[in-house]
Design a protein around this ligand. Structure first.
Ligand SMILES: Nc1ncnc2c1ncn2[C@@H]1O[C@H](COP(=O)(O)OP(=O)(O)OP(=O)(O)O)[C@@H](O)[C@H]1O
Ligand SMILES: [Mg+2]
Length: 328
């Protein structure tokens, strides 16, 4: 389904799109009119607290659950008309493991290869390559029940890749992984995207969305609370500032009197100036310092991190209106 981006009118084919997605379970409204547009070859992160509806979105888009309402397209196919075609083009790693504990890692992989109707030799080759890539070759012959949580998660994702899907849904891919395994997973996701794969992931880790995602949607209570790049979202919450450090006390005093709205840190000879970190505000700050004839020894921009954004957006705190158009 070709759509057009706002700036240049260039076609930007959506790998996944949803318009007006709604879903209730009984009386409970879980998704209350969600719109998503995920360009091909990008990483899109769904962020939200427990129960926000992330897994429900993944299940609907991967045809496991039907939506009540909404125009949904995945890989160019309408989900309502062609669920089989959608299924053929996607890979899904659910929040809970699809690994069969009773058989070995390799057997789990070969089972997936069979499900994808890969010829035997090809299936063995693909399985071996993926086991190697996920650092599971040494454990390939052991029953999956003996794997650690992280190994099982890696096997789970390796299994998703057997059919070489072009669109991948990862529901909390790194929950429970140690920092090193998490970084390995991030690297793998980046490589997939470099190869043109589109990734929709859900995560509880704001750092993960920050590291990987081109765009982030914050879901709260079945609605989109905010959408944008990590940088755009960080600009939504107050707390950003520029810190200026000086070594010469005279420079420090001149700067403090030349700038309005500064917080002084006399002992450290540093000043904090509220700022959204944008180019425009930085330029005006530097112009004022220039006019005063002072030069800071160090200038650092501090933006709120995604944690601040997350708590502000999902905790009912006041957040300024989102910019109408995103910078991307
Ligand atoms: N099969 C179901 N039947 C009834 N209610 C359900 C069902 N699946 C999900 N829900 C409800 O829908 C809401 C959203 O659940 P969902 O699993 O999508 O949230 P989530 O954002 O993935 O949460 P988590 O971070 O805990 O994984 C919750 O209130 C949940 O109880
Ligand atoms: Mg979930």
């Amino acid at each position: 389904m070709p759509t057009f981006d706002q700036e240049g009118g260039r076609p930007s084919p959506a790998a996944v799109s949803a318009v007006g997605l709604r879903k209730s379970y009984g009386e409970k409204l879980v998704l209350d009119g969600i719109d998503l547009h995920i360009p091909a070859g990008s990483v899109f992160a769904l962020l939200g607290p427990n129960g926000a509806g992330k897994t429900t979105v993944v299940k609907i888009l991967s045809t496991l659950v039907t939506a009540d309402e909404g125009e949904l397209h995945v890989g160019g196919h309408n989900l309502a008309d062609a669920p089989q075609a959608v299924r053929a083009g996607i890979g899904v790693t659910g929040q809970f493991s699809a690994v069969d504990d009773l058989i070995t890692g390799e057997e789990n992989m070969l089972l997936m290869a069979d499900l994808h109707h890969l010829p035997r030799a090809r299936g063995r080759r693909v399985a071996a390559e993926l086991l190697e890539r996920f650092d599971l070759t040494g454990a390939a012959e052991k029953p999956a029940s003996t794997y650690s949580g992280g190994m099982k998660r890696r096997l789970d994702i390796a299994m998703t890749l057997v059919g070489s899907p072009r669109i991948i849904f990862l529901d909390e891919p790194t929950t429970g992984l140690d920092p090193r395994s998490r970084h390995t997973m991030w690297q793998i996701i980046r490589e997939l995207v470099t190869g043109g794969v589109t990734v929709l992931l859900t995560t509880q880790y704001l750092e993960e969305a920050d590291e990987l995602a081109d765009r982030i949607v914050v879901l709260n209570d079945g609605r989109i609370a905010a959408e944008g790049s990590a940088e755009e979202l960080k600009r939504l919450v107050p707390g950003g500032h520029v810190r200026l450090r000086f070594t010469d006390p005279a420079d420090y005093r001149s700067a403090a009197s030349a700038l309005c709205e500064v917080t002084r840190h006399d002992e450290a000879l540093s000043l904090s100036v509220p700022s959204d970190g944008s180019q425009r505000e930085l330029r005006s700050l530097l112009d004022r310092l220039d006019s005063a004839g002072v030069e800071a020894d160090e200038l650092t921009v501090h933006t709120p991190d995604l944690d601040d954004v997350f708590f502000a957006l999902t905790g009912g705190a006041n957040v300024p209106d989102q910019p109408k158009e995103s910078a991307r």
